[in-house]
Design a protein around this ligand. Structure first.
Ligand SMILES: Cc1cc2nc3c(=O)[nH]c(=O)nc-3n(C[C@H](O)[C@H](O)[C@H](O)COP(=O)(O)OP(=O)(O)OC[C@H]3O[C@@H](n4cnc5c(N)ncnc54)[C@H](O)[C@@H]3O)c2cc1C
Length: 226
């Protein structure tokens, strides 16, 4: 277990906030990994005091960033309390874990994020850019509206990396066989990384299989609860 010290909160979009924490020097993570944090609060509801969150910052940024979406109404007791966390508060966290990490670069990489599923993908993209590996990479980013978390910093990476492309799919446009055909004449042989709500991940994984991408070339990060 580790202890993280809350520093500040930043708004990324309407109802989307990032929480920045200081960690000790031995708290190491690989871009794309997640933690489970414990946040005791008054009168927790049935969902309790623990939550999984991807680390949305890249390791070179040093601070640990967690980004989440808040419901206008009816959110969990955890989210309501977490929104009001005060600077200086320490929270308990597991050490980072997970296999949503990029290990191979020998073919195109397609990163596919749905809504708040962008969190590990932001970490991956900033890490690749930092290591001069943001090449032959596409981001397909599906969101409920055009108030897109991290849009500006992702766009900046596109400007400085000509082999990095971003395609947005804004409701009512979704990632489908038809919209993919508009981007790719022939769907490329690739490593695909899918992050977002379970229903979206499942339908896009099926779509990729139909395009000939085998299961061992697809990595997924499911975000239950959305
Ligand atoms: C590996 C992994 C990584 C993840 N990374 C992230 C991440 O980076 N960012 C992120 O935001 N989430 C992430 N998640 C999901 C996260 O753990 C929560 O499940 C999610 O944020 C929903 O939070 P919540 O349960 O507090 O509900 P809320 O966000 O408050 O609400 C979500 C929905 O649940 C309903 N709801 C709320 N409370 C209850 C209740 N008590 N009973 C029934 N329904 C309720 C709401 O009405 C709403 O429809 C990740 C999950 C996993 C497994």
């Amino acid at each position: 277990m580790a202890s993280l010290k809350f520093i500040k909160k930043i708004q990324n979009a309407q109802n989307v906030y990032s929480f920045i924490f200081e960690a000790s020097d031995d708290f190491k993570w690989i871009a794309g990994q997640f933690v489970q944090i414990t946040f005791p609060h008054d009168n927790p509801d049935s969902r309790g005091i623990n939550r999984f969150f991807s680390i949305s910052s890249a390791p070179f940024e040093k601070n640990v960033m967690i980004t989440t979406r808040f419901e206008n109404q009816g959110g969990s007791s955890f989210k309501k309390a977490f929104y009001n966390i005060t600077p200086g508060t320490f929270i308990e966290s597991t050490l980072p874990k997970g296999n949503f990490i990029i290990e191979k670069h020998d073919k195109k990489i397609i990163l596919i994020a749905g809504g708040i599923g962008i969190t590990p993908v932001r970490s991956l993209i900033l890490d690749l850019d930092h290591n001069n590996k943001l090449k032959n990479i596409d981001l397909l980013y599906s969101n409920r509206d055009d108030d897109i978390p991290f849009k500006e910093e992702l766009e900046n990476r596109k400007v400085s990396n000509s082999l990095f492309n971003i395609y947005y799919f804004i409701n009512p446009v979704f990632i489908s066989a038809e919209t993919l055909n508009k981007i790719y004449d022939i769907f490329p042989d690739c490593y695909a990384y899918l992050s977002g709500p379970p229903s979206m991940i499942k339908s896009i994984a099926d779509l990729l299989h139909s395009k000939g991408i085998t299961a061992d070339n697809i990595k997924t990060d499911y975000f239950p609860g959305y």
